[in-house]
Design a binder for this molecule. Structure first.
Ligand SMILES: *Cc1c(COP(=O)(O)O)cnc(C)c1O
Length: 466
């Protein structure tokens, strides 16, 4: 379809064709009769991306949820330029450097010191595997080697390497590799869309907790950890749940001696309104007491502002204490070549500086309201249902009758013709823009999303009400 919207022989079309031949693109079907070429982006500025033909696109999904403060942010650029002049990389085994130390200290401080001992890696899936391995190894080191199973939520997503797929319940990513995977226990998701007549989101959360407790009562002696995406299950289609679920899992994991891993790779860094989504687990603004935090917390995506691959795992101090020993077998010998890369850590420090200097969390409360107002027209449209928002993530579902086949791909292409870069998940429309838009841009975004839905569903009869 794309080739239709690009002028043949244009710079963008040519680069796109060369890319099709030379680059194996992620999350992309290779269909025999498909001539679609990827969009050749040459430049970014704020929320905008520009292609090789001079067309612009609003990056409404923050380039796969990583970008926080816009493209080519002058302050992050300056921090990186400074770091480039001093140290680009050094291995973190036996060496250290100020960016890695400062970033770990500042993140730990953001948890009130409840979590720390930052372990660095490069991508989200690696951070998840590190947390899984650390949990398993902790129990072995503390005399409970039978605790080696994991629990994840229905439709949860934690990355696509073989280890991370074990706790990922998304069929399209997992099923082809099922024979390679040691599957985790999958328990009910607290996804509020499952509410039965008369049930609130908190009631759904309570049902999900009851199912989890039934499993733990029976098998906790064999279970190392539970992994959850707090507040929003992103790849499931921005499935949102009541915060009471988080406090509930914290209590259950404590009671049954199972580690709790919060995967904040997508929802961390201010996306849901607080710096860590977990901070909303008690429904109050008061700082969480140490025992209310998870045992492990994974960050990636936004932590480097969307600049460089960086991921990390924060954990409770007692976790690391179980690895202090003379025997080699008790040590955590995991490593990645680019662990704690100074440029990536510097980008992360510049990102934290922006949060502090610009009072970003407070300004994002305004932005969340602008987003709600901007999307109000689409929210009221009879073609969508389950309209939901948490901080700067807005989502709604289009019914199968209206969507038709290949809805996500058709919407993506139609949106491009309207200067919008979006990738629906199945029939779920969502936007999660960088934290740099104003009220007028939020209105523009809502209008263009609605107009794109008109383009894609033209001629379709609306059968269900919102
Ligand atoms: C993106 C994501 C991951 C995986 O991160 P990668 O960097 O893509 O490996 C894991 N968990 C969640 C919740 C994510 O959104």
């Amino acid at each position: 379809m794309d080739h239709l919207s690009l002028s043949p022989g244009s710079v963008a079309a040519t680069l796109g064709q060369r890319s099709r031949a030379a680059v194996w693109h992620p999350c992309t079907r290779l269909r025999p009769d498909d001539h679609a070429v990827p969009l050749a982006i040459v430049r970014g500025e704020g929320p905008w991306l520009h292609d090789a033909d001079g067309q612009r696109y609003f990056d409404a999904t923050s380039s796969w949820w990583v970008n926080l403060f816009g493209h080519a942010n002058p302050r992050i650029n300056a921090a990186l330029a400074g770091q480039l002049e001093t140290l680009e990389h050094v291995m973190l085994a036996g060496c250290t450097h100020a960016p890695a130390v400062e970033l770990a200290e500042r993140l730990s401080a953001l948890t009130g010191g409840a979590l720390g001992n930052v372990f660095y890696a490069s991508d989200g899936a690696s951070a998840v595997e590190i947390a899984l391995k650390m949990s398993f190894h902790y129990w072995r080191n503390t005399g409970l080697p039978a605790k080696r199973e994991f629990v994840c939520l229905r439709h949860g997503y934690h990355g696509e390497t073989v280890g991370a797929l074990a706790v990922t319940d998304v069929e399209i990513f997992r099923d082809a590799y099922d024979a390679l995977i040691r599957r985790a226990h999958v328990v009910m998701s607290p996804d509020a869309r499952q509410a039965r007549r008369g049930e609130s989101a908190a009631d759904v959360a309570a049902r999900a907790l009851a199912e989890l407790e039934a499993l733990l009562r029976e098998r906790a002696g064999a279970i190392a950890a539970l992994i959850v995406e707090p507040l929003v299950q992103g790849a499931a289609g921005m499935a949102m749940h009541d915060p009471s679920y988080l406090d509930g899992v914290r209590a259950l994991c404590g009671r049954y001696r199972v580690h709790l891993i919060a995967d904040e790779i997508a929802v961390g860094c201010g996306r849901t309104g607080t710096f860590f989504a977990w901070e909303q687990s008690r429904g109050t603004e008061a700082p969480l007491p140490a025992h209310a935090w998870p045992d492990f917390l994974c960050l990636s995506k936004g932590i480097s502002g969307g600049y460089l691959p960086l991921s990390l795992v924060l954990s409770r101090p007692e976790i690391q204490r179980a690895f202090v020993a003379d025997e080699l077998a008790r040590s955590f010998l995991h490593s990645h070549s680019y662990t704690g890369n100074p440029l990536a850590c510097r980008a992360a420090l510049a990102t934290l500086d922006l949060f502090a200097q610009d009072d970003v969390l407070a300004r994002n409360r305004d932005r969340a309201q602008w987003l709600a107002d901007g999307m109000a027209g689409l929210a009221a449209d009879a073609r969508v249902r389950h309209v939901r928002q948490r901080g700067l993530i807005w989502a709604a579902d289009v019914g199968d009758d209206v969507a038709g086949a290949d809805f996500a791909a058709r919407f993506h292409h139609a949106a491009r013709a309207r200067e919008l870069l979006v990738r629906p998940i199945g029939n779920t429309l969502y936007v999660m823009p960088p934290y740099v838009f104003d009220a007028a841009q939020a209105r523009w975004l809502g209008e263009r999303m609605l107009a794109t839905l008109d383009d894609v569903t033209a001629g379709k009869e609306v059968r269900h009400a919102a």
